[in-house]
Design a protein around this ligand. Structure first.
Ligand SMILES: Cc1ncc(COP(=O)(O)O)c(C=O)c1O
Length: 426
């Protein structure tokens, strides 16, 4: 056995891990539960629970409507400024609002109107379906004059940038891509794609949902135009926590918000009958924000800023490489194929493993009656077991134990004890 692939070695790696103390900032009721799904829903930070409790009991319960002036009215911008520090943007370029899908709609609409005359939108066949649905709907609403072209991945894992380059032309209005692909974890070179787009005077709209908080993003230095992202994955904002949007300063005045509600008006409390556009990022708001949900974001973001994106990325890469080394040692030749890019520079922070029985394997992993306890991954159709690494709370020991459990389930065919009927949420 290779020396580095023992439980003792995993524990030694944890002892040397400078980010290990951050695990204590999260609610971990059952330390034996191995949670490898922070790429879908991050764990609850201790302070987030306290922030939400305060928002409910003090700000709402005691202070009532006075809290709008004292805390809530500026919350979306305040949180936007914090996210801006995480994604390398100016503080006045980011705001928290709505869901990722709605924000994508708003910005794509604005971009297509701005690029009036150009009729092509480019995305890829690895993108999150909601992003494609939004484009398809938008095309319908804009009179079916646009065309959505999908860059095809050669292997379902990575992207061919030279092919993307060939697809660009004088009719390209917008490229919209997930920075990290939700299934394979492929990580686009943001700077390269932005440069290509700008060479053709096209705009790029990034979905940062799978990179924000775990992959260093520097929107300003990449020259990025537009971006959206969610806060419930690596930002640990909680289920349904609102998303954010980024609009480059120079584009803010030019871009139109298709849903111009009162929160995006110059001064909502003057109750003017005719909409007046404000200057700046507030213009991309629409209605009353989900205040309680947003309250949980303040501390969640502080943890990321305190740990630092470089340290988080360093650990994410080290843990991913560690996981892959275990996979190669224990799982090769028994029906498992790697479903993520080999090069860490081209990978986000989750690893996909492919197996024809992936769904039932995920069921077996999550069954407390199997092996040493519960392992929570997630499953993505048709055959992906996604293992998410959240460096702020994932330990090397957990990775080791999860792979050992996976090995046992596959070699002993324990997955055969589970039905193949899909749960509503996988
Ligand atoms: C890459 C990506 N984009 C968009 C979405 C949809 O986000 P929302 O439900 O906030 O609209 C998700 C959800 O998981 C996602 O992973």
């Amino acid at each position: 056995m290779e020396k580095h692939n023992t439980l003792e070695h995993a524990m030694a790696l944890d002892r040397d891990d400078l980010l290990a103390p951050f695990r204590e900032r999260f609610v971990i009721k059952d330390p034996s539960l191995i949670y490898l799904d922070g790429n879908s829903l991050g764990r609850l930070p201790l302070l987030t629970g306290e922030d939400m409790e305060r928002a409910i009991r003090e700000q709402w319960g005691e202070n009532l409507i006075r809290s709008w002036n004292e805390h809530w009215y500026t919350q979306s911008e305040r949180l936007g400024k914090k996210i801006a520090r995480i994604i390398g943007a100016h503080p006045d370029e980011v705001i928290v609002s709505d869901s990722t899908s709605v924000n994508l709609y708003k910005l794509a609409y604005g971009a297509l109107k701005l690029m009036n005359g150009r009729r092509e939108i480019i995305s890829d066949d690895m993108n999150f379906p909601s992003d494609l649905y939004i484009m398809q709907g938008l095309i319908k609403q804009l009179g079916a004059k646009h065309n959505l072209r999908l860059l095809k991945s050669p292997d379902g894992i990575s992207s061919d940038i030279s092919e993307l380059s060939r697809m660009l032309n004088r009719n390209t209005a917008l490229i919209t891509l997930s920075h990290v692909a939700y299934k394979s974890s492929y990580l686009y070179d943001m700077e390269q794609v932005t440069r290509l787009a700008h060479q053709h005077d096209a705009l790029v709209l990034w979905d940062l949902s799978h990179s924000v908080g775990v992959v260093p993003v520097n929107l300003n230095s990449a020259g990025a135009d537009l971006a959206v992202g969610c806060t419930y994955k690596y930002l640990n904002g909680g289920p349904g926590s609102p998303a954010f949007l980024f609009v480059r300063r120079e584009l803010q005045e030019q871009l139109e918000n298709p849903i111009q509600g009162w929160f995006g008006e110059r001064n909502p409390f003057e109750f003017e009958l005719n909409y007046r556009e404000p200057t700046g990022i507030r213009k991309f708001l629409t209605g009353t924000p989900p205040v309680i949900s947003q309250s949980g974001l303040e501390s969640a973001m502080e943890i990321i800023l305190e740990a630092g994106m470089e340290a988080i990325r360093q650990k994410s890469v080290a843990q991913s490489e560690y996981l892959l080394s275990l996979v190669r040692q224990y799982l090769s030749g028994i029906g498992i194929r790697e479903g993520s890019p080999e090069l860490s520079e081209r990978r986000g922070s989750h690893i996909s493993l492919k197996h024809e029985e992936a769904y039932r394997i995920c069921k077996a992993l999550a069954d407390p009656g199997v092996g040493d306890g519960v392992v929570i991954p997630d499953f993505r159709e048709p055959n992906n077991i996604r293992l998410g690494i959240s460096p702020l709370y994932t330990s090397y020991e957990e990775i080791y134990r999860a792979i050992m459990q996976l090995t046992e389930i596959i070699t002993e065919k324990l997955y055969e004890n589970y039905p193949n009927t899909r749960d509503q949420v996988t």
